[in-house]
Design a protein around this ligand. Sequence first.
Ligand SMILES: [Zn+2]
Length: 195
Amino acid sequence: MTEVSATLALELEAVPCPLCGGRDIATLGWLGDVSLGVPGTFPLARCRGCGLLHQNPRVRDDDLPRAYPDNYPPHTRDAEMPRMLRRAGTAVRWAAIFTLKSYFTVNVSILEGQRIVRHGVYRVIRHPSYTGLLLRYLGFGLAFANWLSAALIFLPLCAATLYRIRVEEVALRERFGEEYLSYARATKRLIPGVY
Ligand SMILES: [Zn+2]
């Protein structure tokens, strides 16, 4: 986690129990802030009326912004780059669907009379609609200012997509034989010139 701007100890104020409004509150102990490293210790309290465990006395409302770093994940706004990735992904995917027109299917299937589409985006990559999806997933993942969430969202979807591409290419090789193999030699799967 990132360091917090607060260097001065935060001011605490005693409040009534936030659940029942009772004032009979027992302090159980003083704890440090583990996740953000806010300086100082904070009291864990238990309301004798309703049993609610809470922080009391607690950080004053107007001091709260000092207790959180600017990039605290729930408070970060969607950054420009993830938003651009999602838009680019949507655009690539629509270009693919538009090029395929009636050949586009959601399930792996080869339609009667279908031919290999080699124009438009398909001239450079064989699976542009997946390129689009993966860009979107990456954009969603990166919208959480946190690499672990980005990886947890993106990697499983990426693995599933690569698996689906394998299944599709086997079906296409069986159906179109040498024609598909030569198409595959002339193009990349997802990223032009790379993969
Ligand atoms: Zn209470």
